[in-house]
Design a protein around this ligand. Structure first.
Ligand code: PFF
Length: 447
């Protein structure tokens, strides 16, 4: 009989959940969002979104998981038997599958860039990084191989189990990530001319704020905290009954925000110091940054560190995305962990291929002007995650009942006591805000 595992320690859980939260969203997405939305002004709105929406939601998901000790589908079924609420869990499992398929393609780019740095391919003039990146992603074969390697790494760790696979690796990878980030930050802020980048991050320019700033801040909050798709339900389902939740959730949010801000401090001072523009969009990571590194002493070394950082962050998030789908097959269909991970590893690898080919063979594909990868990203981030978050809040607020949730959440003397303030946010604030944001977001895309 399969024995469902638990995290072996509270810190192990916090690191795994922080590993899930800290990912491409912090290092690749957050900086260009800040860059495009007026620096510190965006940071300010983002922090409010994290506190008012992110925190109550992450607590809610962890509580549902720990209460039921089940995957998202099983969790909704067990709290509301006979009702269709399990479909919210199913939507989460589907999102996990879809997100990982393209997330791994970007993870593969990052792995490839480590390799290219080491073999010296990135040793070119600052103006050539545009072409270099375009050549990489428009190659029909090479990025798929790297995507395969990234998926193979993810699969092998998740196959080893919650404690021996995921917990053991995050206990090494998360401290490593932190050390690399400190080194990169120290380098960036001591460059001559770094002050302008620091000012950009610290001085809010509220004139840059538009309605889309709010949309960006909230969807970023969901994505970066791995919310709205049952990921924290799944990780929460392995929390021991003797551990507290609200304080752990606060640590996860704190670490995630710290890393996002530190990534900003590692990137903008360098970008400004070397005369580049901060609002380079998604290309900031793969084009502007390598160009920045090419201009500083020991740039190859720092470039290597940067892509190692990005890869580690992506990997620990990929573990959690895969675990959501794996836990579903294990709990609901009694598959063995090995069979579930290997089967899904292969299927997700195959599902990711179109995202990669969207820049070569399938480059004629366009959905509202988006390529394949952006379409998957849009479907999950702008539709499925906020919708999942909305329904999960309604579920706890009106079906399960916040009283029951609070009872589970306040077990074991937590440092932060959940009370009517939490109930208010879950029942009224979160559903209303997400609803408005989703409508506005969809309006924005189709208008
Ligand atoms: N939080 C991850 C990031 O910031 O890159 C992305 C992510 C992981 C989203 C896991 C959703 C998820 F379930």
């Amino acid at each position: 009989m399969y024995q469902r595992e638990n995290w072996a320690s509270r810190v192990g859980f916090i690191l795994a959940a922080a590993g899930s939260a800290i990912g491409l969203g912090n290092i690749w997405r957050f900086p260009y969002m800040v860059g495009e939305n007026g620096g510190a002004a965006f940071l300010f709105i983002y922090l409010i979104a994290i506190i008012l929406i992110g925190y109550p939601t992450i607590v809610n998901e962890m509580i549902i998981g720990r209460k039921t000790h089940l995957n998202p589908v099983g969790a909704f079924k067990s709290i509301a038997p006979g009702a269709p609420w399990w479909l919210v869990g199913a939507m989460g499992v589907f999102s996990g599958f879809l997100i990982l398929s393209y997330y791994s393609v970007v993870g593969g780019w990052s792995l490839a860039y480590i390799y290219k740095t080491v073999i010296g391919v990135l040793n070119v003039g600052a103006s050539e990084f545009d072409t270099l990146f375009a050549n990489h992603i428009t190659n029909p074969i090479e990025p798929i191989i790297w995507h395969g390697i990234f998926m193979a790494l993810t699969t092998s760790i998740v196959a080893a189990g919650i404690v021996k696979g995921i917990q053991r690796s995050v206990q090494v990878l998360m401290p490593l990530l932190f050390i690399i980030l400190v080194l990169l930050m120290a380098r960036a802020v001591t460059l001559q001319g770094a002050g302008e980048g620091l000012a950009f991050l610290l001085k809010p320019d509220f004139s840059e704020i538009t309605s889309s700033t709010f949309l960006d801040a909230i969807s970023q909050a969901f994505f970066t905290l791995s919310l709205g798709m049952g990921c924290m339900i799944t990780y929460g389902s392995y929390i021991r009954d003797k551990d507290e939740i609200p304080g752990s959730a606060a640590s996860v949010i704190g670490l995630d925000t710290l890393v996002a801000v530190m990534a900003g401090f590692a990137i903008f001072p360098a970008v400004f110091a070397l005369g580049f523009t901060p609002n380079a969009g998604p290309g900031l990571t793969f084009i502007t940054l390598p160009a920045v590194f090419s201009k500083i002493p020991l740039g190859i070394f720092f470039g290597f560190l940067f892509f190692a950082l990005l890869t580690v962050a992506a990997l620990t998030s990929a573990f959690s995305l895969l675990e959501v789908v794996v836990a579903w097959l294990i709990d609901e269909y009694k598959w063995s962990r090995t069979k579930a991970t290997i089967t899904l590893g292969i299927l997700i690898f195959l599902a990711g291929i179109p995202s990669s080919l969207g820049y070569s063979t399938l480059s004629s594909f366009s959905f509202l002007g988006m390529d394949v990868l952006d379409t998957y990203d849009w479907l999950t981030n702008s539709i499925l995650l906020p919708f999942g978050g909305l329904l999960t809040a309604i579920f706890t607020g009106y079906i399960w009942g916040t009283k029951n949730a609070i009872k589970e959440g306040n077990k074991n003397n937590p440092k932060i006591l959940l009370g009517s303030w939490w109930s208010f946010l879950i029942r009224y604030v979160i559903p209303a805000v997400i609803f408005i944001i989703m409508l506005a977001g969809i309006w924005d895309t189709f208008k």
